[in-house]
Design a protein around this ligand. Structure first.
Ligand code: 13P
Length: 250
C-alpha cells in the first residue's frame, strides 16, 4: 500500500524563531493521522525541527538538498551523511529551482540520488515541465527523461526509497494550479513509466505527489485523484493553519 504524504518545503524563507514557532503550531493542530507529514526547513533549523518532531511518528523531516559530493573540501556544502546523522528521513532532490538557478542536471541528480540512498535517506524526487515544454507538446518526454536519467539505474529495492513529486514549473508560486485532470494525467503517466521499468509492485507502491500552488481550496480535489498521493507545498506550508488544512484534505 502506498502512503499519502504532504511535504512542506519552506525554501529560504523562515528565520530560526519563525521556523520553531511554525513547527510548534503545526504539531498542536495535528492529531495522529494516516497522512505522513514531512517538514523541509532550511539546513540551519533542520536539527532542531527534527528533534521537535522526534516523538511523533506521523511527522518526518527532509533536507531541501544535499551535495553531489560524498565528503571533503567542498566549502559550503552539506553531505547526505551529515543529513542522515541528524536522524532526518528524507531529502528533496531535483527541485526546479535547483535545476534552474544552480544548474543541476539529470546526471548531477543521479549522483545525489545514489549518495542519498547509500546514506539511508529516502528521496523526494522532483520533476516537471515548463510552459514552453507543455506548449510544444514535449512535456511527457521531458518528464520521462528526468525520471529515466536520474533514477532508472536503481534496483527495485532502491527504487522503493523514492517518492516522486510532479511540480509543473508554471504552477510554482504563481497561483496557477494544474487542473485536477491535468495533474492526474501526468501522475498516471509517471506511474506508467515506473510500471514499464519496474513492474506493478513497485509502480503501485510509489507515492506520487503534486506541487505547484496547492492550497486549502484546491487540495481536496487534487488529492481525490487515483494517482495523486499527496502534495509538495511551498507558500501555503508557511502558514500552520493552511498547511494543516491541506493535510486534512485527505
Ligand atoms: P508553491 O506551493 O508556493 O507553488 O511551491 C511549490 C513548490 O515549489 C514546493 O516545492
Amino acid at each position: 500500500m502506498r502512503k499519502n504524504i504532504v511535504v512542506g518545503n519552506w525554501k529560504m524563507n523562515l528565520q530560526r524563531k519563525e521556523s520553531l514557532d511554525l513547527v510548534g503550531k503545526v504539531i498542536s493542530l495535528l492529531e495522529n493521522q494516516d497522512v505522513e507529514v514531512v517538514l523541509a526547513p532550511s539546513y540551519t533549523c533542520l536539527y532542531k525541527v527534527n528533534k521537535m518532531c522526534a516523538d511523533l511518528s506521523f511527522i518526518q523531516t527532509a533536507s531541501q538538498n544535499i551535495s553531489k559530493n560524498k565528503k571533503g573540501a567542498f566549502t559550503g556544502e552539506v553531505s547526505a551523511e551529515m543529513i542522515h546523522s541528524m536522524g532526518v528521513k528524507y531529502t528533496i532532490l531535483g527541485h526546479s529551482e535547483r535545476r534552474e538557478y544552480f544548474n543541476e542536471s539529470n546526471q548531477d541528480l543521479q549522483m545525489k540520488v545514489d549518495l542519498a540512498i547509500s546514506n539511508d535517506l529516502d528521496v523526494i524526487f522532483c520533476c516537471g515541465e515548463s510552459l514552453e515544454h507543455r506548449d510544444a507538446g514535449i512535456h511527457f518526454d521531458w518528464i520521462k527523461s528526468q525520471i529515466e536519467e536520474s533514477l532508472f539505474h536503481l534496483s527495485e529495492d532502491e527504487f522503493s526509497k523514492i517518492v516522486i513529486a510532479y511540480e509543473p514549473i508554471w504552477a510554482i508560486g504563481t497561483g496557477v494550479t494544474a487542473s485536477s485532470p491535468q495533474a492526474e494525467e501526468i501522475h498516471a503517466f509517471i506511474r506508467s513509466v515506473i510500471f514499464d521499468k519496474y513492474g506493478m509492485n513497485v509502480s503501485a507502491n510509489c507515492s506520487v505527489l503534486y506541487g505547484g500552488s496547492c492550497n486549502p481550496n484546491n487540495a481536496k480535489e487534487l488529492f481525490s485523484n487515483e494517482n495523486i498521493d499527496g502534495g509538495l507545498i511551498g507558500g501555503a506550508s508557511l502558514d500552520a493553519n493552511s498547511f494543516v488544512e491541506i493535510i486534512k484534505s485527505f
